[in-house]
Design a protein around this ligand. Structure first.
Ligand code: CA
Length: 231
């Protein structure tokens, strides 16, 4: 089950989407405008976003750009008008993962959504990211290679450390649960899994990231959070 944010100002369409996707087994949070969507994105954790580009006040495009800076790995499917070729191109360039033109069939929406969520789950994220603050060595992660660097130096990581780091990085600023890490590990052979092992790996990663100024915070009872120091 995925937690989805649906941002759509058309009440009928928003209700229909919510009903369909709830019925498909997702947990759905609806928002009718961009400002509300931003507030929800700051306060809740989502697995994917359905974003209408034609929103009043804060536009869908503004929400998309804003979201990409904070949650680079969050999958976003944009909804655009049939004649909105420019919107579509602009949206994809701004980091949307996929798009649908209105009107669309619910079956197609569900298929696109499922594919998008599946891709997002494969490696923890698919691109490259850089995190860090001024004065510290930046952490750079490229999921395609896969390789991570601290400043100019490559980071030596085991498979498990890599899986853990890419999960933390792709959800930077959000808590990831112990269960999420353990399930990301399941596909990799060797090295005993389990909660004790996780503590050990967190400890190792903290040491490897020591020069970056990034901190892996233990959020009691919830999981772990990668946080950048305040600038
Ligand atoms: Ca609209």
């Amino acid at each position: 089950m995925s937690h989805l944010l649906i941002v759509e100002d058309d009440d009928l369409l928003r209700d229909a989407l919510s009903a369909q996707l709830t019925q498909a087994g997702h947990s759905v949070t609806p928002a009718s405008d961009g400002a509300r969507a931003q507030a929800l994105l700051l306060s809740s954790r989502f697995d994917g976003v359905l974003l209408d580009l034609g929103l009043p006040q804060v536009s869908g495009m503004a929400v998309l750009c804003w979201l990409r800076q904070r949650l680079p790995a969050l999958p976003v499917l944009i909804l655009t008008a049939r004649d909105g070729v420019e919107d579509r191109v602009q949206g994809l360039n701004a980091g949307a993962d996929d798009y649908l033109t209105k009107p669309f069939s619910m079956a197609e929406l569900q298929a696109r959504l499922a594919a998008m969520l599946r891709r997002a789950r494969l490696p923890a994220f698919g691109g490259s990211l850089e995190l860090g603050s001024e004065g510290a060595r930046h952490l750079r992660v490229d999921a395609k290679l896969p390789q991570a660097w601290l400043g100019d130096e490559p980071l030596e990581l085991t498979q498990r450390e890599w899986a853990l780091l890419s999960l933390l990085v792709s959800h930077a600023g959000q808590v990831i649960s112990r269960e999420e890490v353990l399930s990301a590990w399941q596909s990799e052979p060797g090295e005993g899994a389990g909660s004790n092992a996780l503590e050990v790996y967190i400890h190792r990663l903290r040491r490897k990231l020591a020069d970056s100024g990034l901190n892996i915070r233990n959020v009691r009872g919830l999981g772990y959070l990668l946080e950048s120091p305040a600038p």
